[in-house]
Design a protein around this ligand. Structure first.
Ligand code: ADP
Length: 283
């Protein structure tokens, strides 16, 4: 059974700027336990796809299944955790209480997988937050707050974790640290992760596969399988294999954006040298 299965998924917005096909006809299958990144420039439908999988947004066309049920059913059964761009911690609660929050609310869910409190405390310690467990969010740096949000998501024990550019607000040094922290948590918990990012390096470092998205209509321009062994370390980012993946993804991004709706659908090799200027938007 796939963790996420989109078949000919279409989503159209009727906004003030007119009609936008945020998702054209997207098909994507993500296996249980897989780490998949959605990579692309702003407006290509990454957040829309994530919100569909989270059960927060219905499709207009096609189907979406999460762990064999509708995304809405999966969300209600607490099978899905969502990590937004900003940590969204409750300011009046301590770090420890914030980390436990999702295991407390919505008890209707199949909460058997939620971590017990002592394991959540151990997770906080593992990510270096033991000393601030009784502090409040405003006393923490941005990076520390985002670590609380990660612990909160994994504490839920949800088999599917959706992340919408969770490190976007952090500086590059912290971002790199957070990558490997996230990978450690994922390797311990073995959830499926779908991770939205603008950063090619981040996508390569984290993922089993990277789905490159392009806009108008929002679609998958190509999928790159990342062959770097696991567990991964920051040193992997200095290897030729890493650089090769980055180069291929750059080409996929450039071609996907340049080619229009007829862009490729599933390839990991692209040799075109076109449109180098477009690459400046990506790190
Ligand atoms: P991304 O996450 O890749 O930046 P989004 O999924 O947020 O892309 O948006 C895809 C397209 O849909 C964009 O053109 C965006 O402006 C449009 N869009 C997103 N949400 C809405 C909305 N609620 N109403 C109208 N248009 C929207």
């Amino acid at each position: 059974m796939a963790a996420v299965e989109l078949t000919d998924a279409g989503k159209r917005y009727n906004g003030r700027a007119g009609v936008v096909d945020a998702l054209g006809q997207v098909s994507l299958s993500i296996a249980e336990g897989e780490f998949v990144s959605l990579l692309g420039s702003s407006g290509c439908g990454k957040s829309t796809l994530l919100r569909v999988a989270a059960g927060l947004l219905p499709l207009d066309r096609g189907t979406a299944r999460v762990l064999g049920r509708s995304p809405d059913q999966a969300r209600q059964a607490k099978q899905v955790a969502f990590v937004p761009q900003t940590p969204a911690l409750l300011p009046w609660r301590t770090v420890r209480a914030n980390a436990r929050l999702l295991t407390r609310v919505n008890r209707r869910g199949e909460a058997a997988r939620s971590l017990p409190d002592d394991e959540i405390d151990a997770l906080l310690a593992e990510v270096g937050l033991a000393d601030v467990a009784d502090a409040h969010p405003h006393e923490l740096s941005g990076g520390m707050q985002q670590r609380v949000a990660l612990v909160r998501a994994f504490a839920l024990g949800a088999p599917l974790v959706l992340m919408d550019e969770p490190f976007a607000a952090l500086d590059e040094i912290l971002r790199v640290e957070m990558r490997y922290l996230l990978l450690r948590l994922w390797e311990e918990h073995r959830s499926t992760v779908v991770f939205v990012t603008h950063s090619i390096g981040e996508a390569v470092a984290l993922s089993d596969r990277v789905a490159v998205m392009a806009a108008r209509p929002g679609r998958i321009a190509g999928v790159e399988t990342i062959t770097l062994p696991r567990p991964r370390t920051p040193d992997d980012e200095d290897t030729d294999a890493f650089t090769d993946h980055v180069r291929r993804l750059r080409h996929l991004l450039a071609n996907g954006n340049a080619n229009g709706p007829s862009g490729a659908t599933s390839t990991s090799t692209s040799t075109s040298r076109s449109a180098p200027r477009r690459l400046e938007r990506y790190r």
